[in-house]
Design a protein around this ligand. Structure first.
Ligand code: NOJ
Length: 498
């Protein structure tokens, strides 16, 4: 063969490989695909076998009108009793991992470590062992919004002592259950927890000026970092797990060409407020947010910023307290700058307004717009902001009203996974795992049972809470089996037998 043909062939070959790599719909080796739940949303058994009340028990019992259908998690999907059936379902779908959370008041009924509820520990041991037997990797969140009510009587996340209370609780979990856990998420969605101190949508439903939520955030950062260091110093060598936090980061798109800077500010206010102190090179809150809240506080006559300053010692202690970035991603916003007039406050403490593009399709949850490209945007923002940390997507999912033939959920998941793979193969984002929210229809907080995220249907009108796989569960099963998004070959065609 003439030399020039030989070289032409090589170049052709390389270009084909390059195109394939860029459009790869295959999950890399070792990539984890799974699904998730959280204790209060599925367990029920709110006062069974020694469990103490959580802030969500209290909130829904004392103020039922704060939940649209006046429902609560007293029974929920009854996973406390039906966990074996749940593990069978997970096994049937073939997931690599299952993300669940532990109920703090099931383990420590009065919040403190002097009284451990053995039933709680044993319950979680049975689940963790059951998952291992089926080769399903447990991903365990220590805290998914349901701290013991008694701690709330003492201020909950607005009392700095909670840093120690959470540290004690974490240490007990590591000691009692840590040998069965390789992936630990300390705290789920700090910013949403702290909404509980800014209004009545989320428990505990306290509106404490515009200060409570920032004190809450700071204590969460400290509690997370303390738990991370306890694991690092006392348990890592023996247990060898990974510890991170879970942050909700939506996509952000400029509303007009002039809004690129505003887009970054919007990101820093929603995602960066928690991510920057932990994952950035310098730590601490994002500068732009510190400045704007500081200026507003001054104009309001406060002696210090409503966003309390972090000391140098805490900045250093919080910075780098991670083994991975836990990301929850569902939707996106359009962002526009709201110009500040002299003597007036920065709009919403950050100077940007968030809205939706009317063209974006909506799920059953009004906040959930279908914008798959926002997922790649978010992953890339994390890559560039924090030097490409390993990311585990801890939640991504779609709400509807409970259809079994949930084609819209499949379309959503498919398009979002595609966007994620693009971010990985084309842009080099280091994504290691992906988790569908949720395994089961469950208690969707202030929306009660009116918005369904499950890939498995639960009949909440039947006391037995029977489960039924939805079409999306079978679709996910095929994706996991083929380990590629499309075309799905080598997998049995989807059959739905109901
Ligand atoms: C994030 C929360 O972690 C989860 O509890 C909730 O159900 C989903 N978002 C859907 O809103």
């Amino acid at each position: 063969m003439e030399l020039r043909y030989f070289f032409a062939l090589i170049i052709l070959n390389l270009s084909i490989e390059w195109v394939i790599a860029r459009n790869n719909h295959t999950f890399p080796d070792g990539f984890l695909i799974g699904t998730a739940s959280s204790a209060y949303q599925v367990e029920g058994a709110w006062n069974t076998n020694g469990k103490g009340p959580s802030i969500w028990d209290n909130f829904t019992h004392e103020h039922p009108y704060f939940v649209v259908d006046r429902s609560n998690g007293d029974v929920a999907a009854d996973s406390y009793h039906k966990y074996n059936e749940d593990i069978d379902l997970l096994n049937e779908i073939g997931v690599d991992h299952y993300r669940l959370s532990l109920s703090w008041p099931r383990i420590l009924p009065n919040g403190f470590s002097n009284r451990i509820n053995r039933d709680g520990i044993d319950y979680y041991k049975r689940i963790l062992n059951g998952l291992r037997e089926k080769n399903i990797e447990p991903v365990v969140t220590l805290y998914h919004w349901d701290h013991p009510q008694i701690l709330e009587e003492m201020g909950g996340w607005t009392n700095e002592l909670i840093v120690e209370w959470f540290a004690d609780y974490s240490r007990i979990v590591f000691r009692e259950l840590g040998d069965k856990i390789k992936y630990i998420a300390t705290i789920n969605e700090p910013i949403m927890i702290c909404e509980g101190y800014a209004g009545t949508e989320k428990a505990p439903g306290k509106k404490i000026l515009d200060i409570g939520k920032y004190i809450c955030l700071q204590n969460i950062l400290k509690a997370h970092a303390t738990a991370y260091h306890i694991y690092d110093e006392e348990f890592r060598a023996k247990q060898g797990g990974k510890v991170g936090i879970v942050i909700p980061c939506p996509g952000m798109f400029p509303k007009t060409e002039q809004d690129t800077e505003a887009t970054d500010t919007g990101y820093q206010y929603i995602c960066g407020l928690v991510a920057h102190p932990i994952y950035s090179k310098n730590g601490d809150y994002p500068e732009v947010i510190k400045t704007r809240i500081g200026e507003n506080s001054k104009l309001q006559g406060y002696a210090a910023s409503r966003l309390p300053e972090l000391s140098q010692r805490w900045i250093q202690y919080i910075k780098g307290s991670y083994d991975y970035f836990g990301l929850n991603h569902y939707s996106s916003f359009l962002v526009e700058a709201v110009p500040k007039k002299n003597g007036s406050l920065w709009y919403n403490d950050c100077g940007v307004k968030l809205s939706f593009d009317p063209k974006w399709p909506t799920a059953a949850s009004s906040w959930l717009k279908v914008v798959p490209e926002g997922f790649a945007w978010t992953l890339n923002k994390i890559r560039t902001e924090y030097e490409n940390p390993p990311v585990y997507v801890m939640e991504n999912g779609y709400s509807d009203t409970g259809e079994l033939q949930d084609h819209k959920r499949i379309d959503y998941l498919q398009s979002y996974m595609k966007s994620m793979l693009k971010a990985m193969y084309q842009d080099g984002c280091d994504v290691r795992g992906y988790t569908v929210w949720s395994i089961l229809d469950n208690f969707e907080w202030e929306r009660g049972y009116t918005e369904k995220f499950g890939i498995v249907n639960v009949d909440f009108n039947d006391t037995n809470r029977p489960r039924k796989l939805k079409l999306s569960a079978l679709w996910l099963k095929n994706v996991i089996r083929a380990r590629r998004l499309e075309p799905i070959i080598d997998a049995a065609p989807i059959v739905l037998s109901l």
